[in-house]
Ligand binder design. Sequence first.
Ligand SMILES: [Zn+2]
Length: 305
Amino acid sequence: MEKVKRYIFMHMSSCEMCGESCEEHKTLGIRLNKSQGKSPKNKTGIAVGVKKCTRCNLIYASPQPIPNDLQDHYGTPPEDYWKPEYFKWNKNYFRIQTQTAQELLNFKKGMTALDIGAGLGKAMLTLENEGFDTLGLEPSKPFYSRAIEQMGISEKKLSFGAVEDLDYDSESFDFITFGAVVEHLYNPKECIEKAMKWLKPNGIIHIEVPSSNWLISAIINKYYRLIGTNYVTNLSPMHAPFHLYEFDLKSFEYLGNEIGFNIAKHHFSVCEIFFLPKFLHPLLNWYMKRTNRGMQLTVYLKKNG
Ligand SMILES: [Zn+2]
């Protein structure tokens, strides 16, 4: 039987990224706490509203469900989750991101890096291999322990804890990566602002997040309208993978104006499609590439000097 979960439902009054009042924002529909499938009318569960900021296109849950115990969302994965291939590192893992950062930084050996949400520490190994002096933090105990015991990450370099709870000296890193972390944070602005403080002037922050303009979501939402429901497929605030936000380039532009960075580089990635008939995939991929409507947005933020 599934464990009893308790949630706090938080009212959102202004956009997390650009600060615009939520009263103006468009309601996209409602999202169940499970996969909604082809006929969500036949499903039961808890649904929350999903809204989109009219100024920066951030998509968020309204109200925002926050679990009483974060372990309900990110607790210990089952033993069969740990497949042997997860523990294999090769030098191409996270290499494109590392090299992009090096280009933007005019890299010199010994520059410093921080991996927020280091997981098993594989990106840390690549950063080290490419010449960065690298630290990391990881909030999940099972990942943290395995990074040290099985991946050979030094205990001195990896801290156990969440970005919200840890602290580093101001201006101590040239490069900080959030990887796939920001969409899981309840207060992304606060966390990016904190990381900006740890970053040196002209340093780079790398972030990869789900795009709020993904074509496949728009098609699925259209289908839900056609069958007479108001469900939307965006976000997963109460079930895995627990995406709390979807972002647009504008979300980062507004935040940058407020806290002092500019977007040095960005791109949209198409990624793999799991829905819709297979024969449509090549056409959809071509269209998404052309129109920047892929699933993932990657940004490199440069702190003002
Ligand atoms: Zn906004």
